[in-house]
Ligand binder design. Structure first.
Ligand SMILES: C[S@@+](CC[C@H](N)C(=O)[O-])C[C@H]1O[C@@H](n2cnc3c(N)ncnc32)[C@H](O)[C@@H]1O
Ligand code: SF4
Ligand code: SF4
Length: 329
C-alpha cells in the first residue's frame, strides 16, 4: 500500500454537543471563510506535490456536519480524487438518510463516529439521547455501504465498557472499532487519564474482545489494536506515531500543529506556507527524529515503541523526554 501524507483538519470548533472529555478549550465557533479554506487546501496539495506523495484528509472539528462549508470542500476534494482521499470524523448524531446519501456520493474512505460505552455512560459523557442517535446514524451509513468505524476514547470512567461498545458495533454492522486513550488537554480533568494499572486492564479487555471475535463465524466487525502500547498485549507490530512526519494538523484558525493531541503551534498558514513550516520547524524536525526518552533506553522495545504515546507524555509532563504514562515496563 502506498503511504499517504495525512492532514487532520479541524474545520471549526462549532459543535452540537459538549462532551465531558473533549479537548476543546472553548466551544467558540471560529469559522474561516471558504476562500481561506481553499488556501489551506492548496497548501496541502503543494506539500504533496513537493513530497511526491498521495494524501488523505481526516475532516473533523468540532462537529464537521455542523460546518457550512463541508460539502463545498468535498467538491474540491472530489476533483482531486486521484491524489487525495478523505474520511469524516463525526459524533454521528446528525447523519440522517439524506446526509448519508450525500456523503456516499463523495466516496469517503470511511466515516468514524464516536461512542463512549453503554447507554448510561455514553449519554453521561456525550449528552442525553446521543447513544440512540448514533445508532440511527450508523444504520444510515451502513445502508449506503459506507465503511464505518467507531471511536472509543478510554478514560478512567468508561474503559471497562469497551465490550459493550463492541456488542453495539456488531449489532449495527459497524466495520471497525478503534480506541485510544484520553489525553488531558486544556481544562480537562487529569484524573480521567488511565494510570498504568488501568492501561494494562484496558489493553487486556480489548485483546480479550478481539480474541472472542476471532471465534465468531461470519463476523464483519474488527477491532484495531495498533495504537501506542497495544502491541504489549497483541505481539503485533508496534505503533509508530507519525505526527510531524507524515501527519500534520490544521486548527480552526489556520494554526499548524503536529497533532490535535499535541497542541504545539508551529505557525499560522496565513503567515507561512504548510510546506515551509513542515521543512523548517525545529519541533517537527525533533519529532521526525523519533528520539527515545531516557527512561526507555534499556527497554527491549525502545527501537519500535520510541516511548509510546507522545501526546500523552506531552500533556502530562510538558516534556517529551519521558516514557508513556501508561507503561510500567
Ligand atoms: C474531537 S472529536 C471531533 C469529531 C466529532 N465531533 C466526534 O466527537 O467524534 C474526534 C475524536 O476525538 C476524541 N476526543 C475528544 N477529546 C479527547 C481527548 N481529550 N483525548 C482523546 N480523545 C479525545 C473524541 O472522543 C472523538 O472520538
Ligand atoms: S462531539 Fe466531538 S467535538 Fe463535540 S464536544 Fe464531543 S468530542 Fe468534542
Ligand atoms: S518502556 Fe518505553 S519503549 Fe518500552 S514499552 Fe514502555 S514506553 Fe515503550
Amino acid at each position: 500500500m502506498v503511504k499517504k501524507f495525512v492532514l487532520q483538519w479541524h474545520l471549526s470548533e462549532n459543535c452540537n454537543l459538549k462532551c465531558l472529555h473533549c479537548y476543546q478549550e472553548n466551544h467558540k465557533p471560529i469559522q474561516l471563510e471558504f476562500d481561506k479554506l481553499v488556501i489551506i487546501y492548496k497548501q496541502f496539495k503543494e506539500l504533496l506535490n513537493k513530497k511526491k506523495m498521495k494524501g488523505h484528509i481526516n475532516i473533523t472539528g468540532g462537529e464537521p456536519l455542523c460546518n457550512p462549508y463541508l460539502f463545498k470542500l468535498l467538491d474540491l476534494i472530489k476533483e482531486d480524487s486521484d491524489l487525495i482521499t478523505f474520511s469524516i470524523l463525526t459524533n454521528g448524531t446528525l447523519i440522517n438518510e439524506k446526509i448519508s446519501k450525500k456523503i456516499k456520493s463523495y466516496n469517503p474512505l470511511y466515516v468514524q463516529v464516536s461512542l463512549e460505552g453503554g447507554k448510561k455512560t455514553n449519554d453521561y459523557i456525550r449528552g442525553k439521547g446521543t447513544y440512540k442517535k448514533v445508532a440511527e446514524g450508523i444504520v444510515n451509513l451502513r445502508k449506503e455501504n459506507i465503511f464505518t468505524s467507531i471511536s472509543f476514547t478510554a478514560t478512567s470512567l468508561n474503559y471497562k465498557e469497551f465490550p459493550k461498545v463492541v456488542r453495539y458495533a456488531r449489532k449495527y454492522g459497524v466495520n471497525n472499532v478503534w480506541s485510544d486513550r484520553f489525553i488531558p488537554l486544556g481544562d480537562s480533568d487529569k484524573s480521567l487519564a488511565l494510570n498504568y494499572e488501568q492501561t494494562r486492564e484496558y489493553l487486556e479487555i480489548m485483546n480479550k474482545e478481539r480474541n472472542k471475535l476471532k471465534m465468531v463465524k461470519n463476523n464483519n466487525t474488527t477491532i484495531s489494536m495498533y495504537r501506542a502500547l497495544q502491541f504489549q498485549m497483541t505481539n503485533d507490530f508496534a505503533y509508530g506515531c507519525t505526527a510531524g512526519d507524515t501527519l500534520l494538523t490544521v486548527m480552526e484558525n489556520g494554526d499548524l500543529v503536529p497533532c490535535r493531541r499535541m497542541p504545539i503551534t508551529i505557525g499560522n498558514l496565513f503567515d507561512r506556507s504548510m510546506y515551509d513550516l513542515y521543512i523548517k520547524s525545529d519541533v517537527l524536525k525533533d519529532l521526525r527524529e523519533k528520539k527515545i526518552p531516557d527512561e526507555c533506553i534499556n527497554c527491549e522495545h525502545s527501537e519500535v515503541c520510541h516511548g509510546g504515546l507522545k501526546c500523552l507524555t506531552y500533556a502530562m509532563y510538558k516534556d517529551l523526554n519521558h516514557k508513556d504514562y501508561g507503561c510500567n515496563l
